[in-house]
Design a protein around this ligand. Structure first.
Ligand code: SF4
Ligand code: SF4
Length: 336
């Protein structure tokens, strides 16, 4: 991120706005992955579910997403689902128009169908393909988006692999290394991210990591990041997995990202997981990345997190008392 983009994000926070937006553009997905939070009954807070929402298609979807972006003016847009590639025709038209607005766009998909051939060359577009472990486990969990199909569908692309580490994977020593040995030599793979499975409060699922499995996943990632440069996870980010935010109010990611579901109206709170997530077991790579930035000390002694929390308070107070636009000097006043 450029300094000018950081200042723009900061100004949005001071206005009580969120610099990042995540949109579930469809309620549909051809997969039925165990542990999927999007189709959990509590995802949208109970009462309604993702599958019961009225989602949009065709021109209505394209115009709806573009309008949303014009209204909320995010600096970063994440397009998720369901699986966004269910609406591949709309995406192929929408993405260049979103990029023309100067924002960063991320598409998160299972790659169950081919990605558009032009996407590899688009600046500020990051396509993230979710892989649930090594082929034998992945193919059972994520058919029809099997390894063979994904490898065909990402040919010639420039993608990020995202793997959510589960308790099952951590029961086998060396699993993460084998995963990186398979994916990182491939030309289509720009980088790899690991998250750890994040449960809802009260869940008892085999995907959940026991404390010793979490500790080993952290130690493995620390060791593997030097051996596999495509594992794009700085030490400071990996360290955050050991001490996740205590609540959504402490989570920089939740405070800076607005998540909207497939009717382009329903808000998902407190973060992209919806429901009542167990922050103490959070393993979201985006949350850890922002927590690492918050821990950084400007000039060696002012924690970015302190400035951030002060800015959020100012923004929230200003949003309540509806508002004036902060001057360009305002970030510096907060800092001082
Ligand atoms: S691909 Fe994603 S949205 Fe679809 S079932 Fe799997 S985890 Fe859920
Ligand atoms: S579950 Fe994770 S991403 Fe969601 S609010 Fe809690 S700490 Fe943040």
């Amino acid at each position: 991120m450029k300094t000018s983009e950081i200042i723009s994000a900061w100004r949005k926070i001071l206005r009580g706005e969120r610099p990042a937006l995540s949109v579930e553009i469809t309620r549909e997905c051809p997969l039925q992955c165990p542990g999927c939070y999007a189709y959990d009954d509590a995802h949208l807070g109970g009462g309604i579910t993702l599958r019961s929402l009225n989602d949009r298609k065709g021109r209505e979807l394209i115009d709806g997403v573009l309008d949303l972006v014009d209204r909320l003016k995010p600096l970063h847009l994440s397009i998720v689902g369901g699986d966004p590639l269910v609406r591949y025709r709309e995406l192929e038209e929408m993405i260049p128009r979103l990029l023309d607005k100067g924002i960063h766009v991320q598409v998160v998909t299972s790659a169950f169908r081919p990605l558009a051939s032009g996407w590899a060359a688009l600046p500020r577009l990051n396509v993230v393909v979710s892989i649930d472990g090594l082929q034998p486990e992945h193919d059972v969990r994520r058919a029809p988006a099997t390894y063979d199909r994904i490898l065909r569908n990402i040919a010639g692309q420039n993608i990020t692999i995202h793997c959510t580490v589960t308790g099952q994977m951590m029961k086998r020593p060396g699993y993460l290394k084998e995963f990186l040995e398979f994916w990182t030599p491939r030309r289509e793979i720009r980088k790899v991210w690991f998250s750890l499975f994040t449960p809802q409060k009260g869940d008892q699922l085999p995907e959940m990591l026991q404390p010793h499995e979490r500790a080993r996943a952290i130690a493995d990632m620390m060791a593997l990041r030097t051996e596999f440069p495509k594992l794009d996870m700085p030490e400071g980010m990996i360290r955050q997995f050991a001490a996740p935010p205590r609540s959504p109010q402490q989570c920089v990611f939740a405070l800076t990202t607005q998540t909207i579901s497939a009717d382009l109206k329903t808000r998902i709170v407190p973060c992209q997981f919806g429901g009542d997530p167990d922050c103490s077991s959070c393993g979201c790579v985006a949350s850890m990345g922002l927590a690492a930035i918050a821990e950084h000390k400007l000039g060696g002694f002012i924690p970015v997190g302190a400035i951030f929390r002060a800015s959020v308070k100012i923004g929230q107070a200003r949003a309540k008392s509806a508002t004036r636009t902060p001057s360009p000097e305002e970030p510096l006043r907060v800092l001082s």
